[in-house]
Design a binder for this molecule. Structure first.
Ligand code: FES
Length: 147
């Protein structure tokens, strides 16, 4: 839906899809309807061998991209955030914290933000990386990167 919205508003879309192997790469044709698609797999079974953030298209993305929208496991999101901070690009991440109730009652999905603790299920799941406490520690370097 986001890619469709962006394309309909004449914004160029590039999609980087990553997974452990080719079986993890899904819906390529859907994304191709809205722009370029770049694929990475950790085992090299399809596309570029490596992580999404190691794809050549991800190098110097500041020259090409104005904003990054990312979803997936948190270590990957943090690696994307490092690149976004490094290249001063706006970035939003869709967090996948464990959720039980989905209505803000059980508090099992809490994330620390600069506005206090927030429930990912009701306040998110999408957050700007600048709002997430501790994520801006990656602004200077990737030394603390968990991946
Ligand atoms: Fe229960 Fe978010 S899932 S508060």
């Amino acid at each position: 839906m986001l890619a469709k919205y962006l394309k309909n508003n004449n914004i160029e879309v590039s999609t980087l899809l990553g997974g452990r192997s080719s079986g993890d790469i899904v819906e390529v044709e859907d994304f191709e309807r809205f722009g370029k698609v770049f694929i990475t797999t950790e085992d090299g079974s399809t596309g570029f061998k490596g992580l999404v953030t190691q794809h050549p298209e991800f190098e110097d993305i500041g020259f090409k991209l104005r904003e990054i929208y990312s979803c997936g496991p948190e270590p990957m999101l943090r690696a994307v955030a490092i690149e976004a901070f490094r290249q001063n690009i706006e970035c939003e991440v869709s967090l996948e914290n464990t959720m039980a109730c989905g209505i803000g009652a059980c508090l099992c999905c809490i994330v620390e933000t600069k506005h206090g603790n927030q429930c990912v299920c009701t306040a998110g799941p999408v957050f700007n990386i600048n709002e997430l406490t501790g994520w801006d520690a990656f602004k200077v370097s990737g030394e603390n990167c968990p991946v």
